[in-house]
Design a protein around this ligand. Structure first.
Ligand SMILES: Nc1ncnc2c1ncn2[C@@H]1O[C@H](COP(=O)(O)OP(=O)(O)OP(=O)(O)O)[C@@H](O)[C@H]1O
Ligand SMILES: [Mg+2]
Length: 332
């Protein structure tokens, strides 16, 4: 698709403050400031997140404009995450975007964070539709049937936790840091998946990840009663097994969705798509089914404003702008 616009993208839905510039569909800068303040609490503390966004947002935007050699006058619009996310976090980015829109007299574009994860694909790929997209993140796990750049429908969804949450909670049970996904995958590459954690029974293409975390909890309890050093001595294998089970549960539903929908391509997006094993297995599924596979490079997988700016470019083409009395929303 051809674009003819310069857009500033702003993302602040959770604990990453980010801004990006996209010119005619090409990312010129994508600055991400991740908040370290949550690490010691083992999860995101909403109040601390909004305060950190407030401190970071203007310096991050300044740096983005400088790095991309963009003057504010060159902007055609300001695109910002409108939701879903944490209200206190969203408000900081959203109000900053509103202020810029008003003072610069440029249109304001509201971006859905999940649509933006899908739009991350269009930064680096010319996509063939219809496409099945597996969206795996900290708050969502969905299978999408993407008809074109603007339309998709949800054909599978988690009935409880998201896969990213299962990674994070599993890591917490193992005494590893936050976010848990990168921690588990770091140890998993050194181990063998010799323990099994059962899949949940769900209907159609739905997912369920709350049971696997409980089965990890009971498994660890039982083994620790026999050997108090079990976790230290087997950490690599436990991580490899837990990761393997999570990915197998996900891949199984992706395969089923391909059989049922005969897409022309498949893709993987969202923070958990940074996981190397999941990337490899998705590529293999594509090869077996003779389908092109699109996966964003890692900087566009976890939360980033590059994907917001790309989604903003699409909405700019459609002329979909927000009025200044619009509000952010917390749920999809
Ligand atoms: N290498 C990895 N392996 C597995 N999981 C990972 C990896 N890297 C990041 N993650 C997981 O990705 C999640 C963060 O993804 P993302 O930033 O897209 O989530 P979010 O924005 O909080 O949620 P949502 O996009 O649903 O609103 C965390 O749960 C984190 O553990
Ligand atoms: Mg996200």
């Amino acid at each position: 698709m051809q674009f003819n616009s310069t857009i500033l993208g702003i993302e602040s839905s959770c604990d990453d403050t980010s801004s990006a510039i996209i010119k005619n569909g090409k990312i010129k800068a994508n600055i991400i400031s991740s908040q370290d303040v949550h690490r010691k609490y083992g999860g995101v503390v909403p109040e601390l997140a909004s305060r950190a966004h407030q401190a970071n947002i203007i310096p991050v935007i300044d740096q983005t404009l400088k790095q991309s050699e963009t003057a504010v006058e060159d902007l055609d619009a300001i695109a910002v995450t409108q939701g879903p996310g944490l209200m206190g976090s969203l408000i900081v980015g959203f109000n900053t975007a509103k202020g810029l829109s008003l003072s610069l007299n440029k249109p304001l574009i509201g971006v859905n964070h999940l649509q933006a994860h899908v739009s991350a694909l269009y930064i680096e790929h010319e996509v063939v539709f219809p496409m099945i997209c597996l969206l795996v993140s900290g708050g969502h796990t969905q299978l999408l049937l993407v008809e074109d750049h603007f339309n998709y429908k949800i054909i599978g969804n988690t009935i409880d936790d998201a896969i990213g949450e299962a990674f994070d909670k599993g890591a917490k049970l193992l005494g590893l840091g936050y976010p848990g996904g990168p921690q588990i995958s770091k140890f998993a590459v050194l181990g063998e998946p010799r323990f099994t954690f059962p899949d949940a029974k769900t209907k159609d293409l739905d997912f369920s990840f709350s049971g696997i975390k409980t089965s990890l909890l009971y498994f660890l309890k039982k083994e620790l009663e026999k050997d108090s050093g079990f976790v230290q001595n087997n950490l690599n294998d436990i991580c490899a097994s837990y990761q393997h089970s999570l990915i197998e549960m996900t891949a199984k539903r992706l395969i089923k969705s391909i059989q049922e929908n005969s897409p022309k391509s498949i893709s993987l997006v969202g923070g958990v798509s940074a996981n190397l094993l999941l990337r490899k297995i998705t590529q293999e599924i594509g090869m077996k089914n003779n389908l092109p596979v699109y996966i964003p490079s890692v900087q566009y997988c976890t939360d980033n404003a590059g994907m917001i700016a790309m989604a903003g470019s699409l909405l700019f083409e459609k002329g979909e702008f927000l009025s200044l009395d619009s509000l952010p929303f917390t749920r999809s």
